[in-house]
Design a binder for this molecule. Structure first.
Ligand SMILES: [Zn+2]
Length: 81
Protein backbone atom coordinates (compact mmCIF):
# COMPACT_ATOMS: atom_id res chain seq x y z
CA UNK A 1 0.00 0.00 0.00
CA UNK A 2 2.87 2.38 0.80
CA UNK A 3 4.34 1.74 -2.64
CA UNK A 4 1.03 2.67 -4.28
CA UNK A 5 0.77 5.88 -2.22
CA UNK A 6 4.30 6.88 -3.25
CA UNK A 7 3.58 6.11 -6.91
CA UNK A 8 0.30 8.06 -6.83
CA UNK A 9 2.05 11.05 -5.24
CA UNK A 10 4.79 10.99 -7.89
CA UNK A 11 2.14 10.65 -10.63
CA UNK A 12 0.12 13.63 -9.39
CA UNK A 13 3.26 15.73 -8.93
CA UNK A 14 4.08 14.89 -12.54
CA UNK A 15 0.73 16.40 -13.56
CA UNK A 16 1.39 19.50 -11.43
CA UNK A 17 4.69 19.98 -13.24
CA UNK A 18 2.95 19.73 -16.61
CA UNK A 19 4.21 16.28 -17.39
CA UNK A 20 2.70 14.49 -20.33
CA UNK A 21 0.62 17.39 -21.52
CA UNK A 22 -1.33 16.77 -24.69
CA UNK A 23 1.31 17.54 -27.25
CA UNK A 24 3.73 15.84 -29.53
CA UNK A 25 6.58 17.41 -27.56
CA UNK A 26 6.00 15.12 -24.58
CA UNK A 27 4.13 12.41 -26.46
CA UNK A 28 1.09 12.64 -24.21
CA UNK A 29 -2.49 11.58 -24.77
CA UNK A 30 -5.05 12.68 -22.19
CA UNK A 31 -2.25 13.72 -19.84
CA UNK A 32 -0.74 10.23 -19.69
CA UNK A 33 1.72 8.00 -21.51
CA UNK A 34 0.14 6.95 -24.81
CA UNK A 35 1.46 3.36 -24.83
CA UNK A 36 1.48 2.32 -21.20
CA UNK A 37 3.72 -0.49 -20.11
CA UNK A 38 3.62 -2.10 -16.69
CA UNK A 39 5.52 0.22 -14.39
CA UNK A 40 5.75 3.76 -15.78
CA UNK A 41 4.67 6.48 -13.39
CA UNK A 42 2.64 8.54 -15.85
CA UNK A 43 0.64 5.61 -17.22
CA UNK A 44 -3.14 6.07 -17.00
CA UNK A 45 -4.57 4.42 -13.88
CA UNK A 46 -7.01 2.03 -15.60
CA UNK A 47 -4.17 0.49 -17.64
CA UNK A 48 -2.36 -0.60 -14.51
CA UNK A 49 -3.12 -4.00 -13.02
CA UNK A 50 -3.81 -4.47 -9.34
CA UNK A 51 -0.54 -6.38 -8.86
CA UNK A 52 1.45 -3.67 -10.58
CA UNK A 53 -0.21 -1.09 -8.32
CA UNK A 54 0.89 -3.09 -5.30
CA UNK A 55 4.46 -3.13 -6.57
CA UNK A 56 4.54 -6.91 -6.88
CA UNK A 57 6.39 -6.75 -10.21
CA UNK A 58 9.13 -4.33 -9.21
CA UNK A 59 9.66 -0.64 -8.79
CA UNK A 60 8.21 2.19 -10.84
CA UNK A 61 10.15 4.47 -13.15
CA UNK A 62 9.66 7.34 -15.59
CA UNK A 63 9.60 6.92 -19.32
CA UNK A 64 12.86 8.28 -20.71
CA UNK A 65 11.00 11.21 -22.27
CA UNK A 66 9.24 11.97 -18.96
CA UNK A 67 12.55 11.82 -17.05
CA UNK A 68 14.24 14.09 -19.59
CA UNK A 69 11.50 16.68 -19.20
CA UNK A 70 11.80 16.63 -15.40
CA UNK A 71 15.58 16.96 -15.57
CA UNK A 72 15.13 19.95 -17.87
CA UNK A 73 12.58 21.87 -15.75
CA UNK A 74 13.71 21.05 -12.20
CA UNK A 75 16.50 22.97 -10.47
CA UNK A 76 19.97 21.51 -10.91
CA UNK A 77 22.73 21.03 -8.41
CA UNK A 78 25.53 23.53 -8.80
CA UNK A 79 27.91 20.90 -10.23
CA UNK A 80 25.33 19.86 -12.87
CA UNK A 81 25.01 23.34 -14.41
ZN1 LIG B 1 -2.95 11.07 -14.14
Amino acid sequence: MKNQMNKATAHECGHLLGLVANSNVLDGIGGHNPSPSGRRIMNPGPSTSFFHKLGRYGSWSWLERNAGYLKFILPKKEEEK
